[in-house]
Ligand binder design. Structure first.
Ligand code: FE
Ligand code: FE
Length: 196
């Protein structure tokens, strides 16, 4: 009886040990993957932090270049909002216990350059220039919307609820700006540009 029981618990114990090892390995792998994902997430935060700071420098040039007072006011408002986006990202770094750092965002650098060439290639004070400025600004907004949308989802997956909330708040503001620019283009500037 004692012999039977010892032979039957032998394989069971082995199976339990194997299962525990498998769970242990999976846990290590999961930790490792989450570590990598967190690293990627922080890297992307640095990218958008650099982008927002670059946009903050570009917006005054766009305000100066715009002909329509309505468009100027929209850019002015977004400049203020951008300062808020920067401060939310700084809060996110703080929540993560990471230093506030930027990492060059090639995409935003390119879109801003495109905006500068629109200014260079169009006549001052024209609705054609304003149409171009809106187009350039909406490309920026769409980049930001894609980034904040993706990062908010990633933050949620990583269990970073507070960080996700900050990113979602900025996402809503970028969407609002995009919609406002569409409205300005549709309601006045595009028609004016067509008749210039
Ligand atoms: Fe922004
Ligand atoms: Fe924006």
């Amino acid at each position: 009886m004692a012999k039977t029981s010892s032979t039957s618990t032998g394989p069971v114990k082995k199976t339990i040990a194997k299962t525990a090892a498998a769970i242990g390995n999976a846990a290590i792998e999961k930790d490792h993957n989450e570590g990598k994902l967190m690293e990627f997430f922080c890297d992307q935060l640095k990218d958008i932090y650099w982008a927002e700071n670059h946009i903050k420098i570009a917006l005054p040039k766009m305000i100066k270049a715009a002909a329509s007072p309505v468009l100027q006011a929209a850019f002015q408002d977004h400049l203020k909002a951008t300062a808020g986006h920067i401060s939310r990202l700084e809060q996110a770094f703080e929540l993560l216990g990471k230093p506030v750092r930027g990492k060059k965002c090639e995409a935003i650098e390119g879109i801003v350059l495109e905006g500068e060439s629109i200014i260079a290639e169009t006549e001052p004070g024209t609705a054609v220039r304003d149409t171009g400025l809106i187009l350039a600004a909406q490309k920026v907004e769409h980049y930001e919307i894609a980034t904040y949308g993706g990062l908010a989802q990633l933050a949620t997956n990583l269990g970073l609820t507070d960080v996700a909330q900050l990113l979602t708040t900025t996402l809503a503001e970028e969407k609002e700006t995009d919609a406002l620019l569409t409205e300005i283009a549709e309601n006045s500037i595009n028609c004016e540009a067509a008749s210039e």
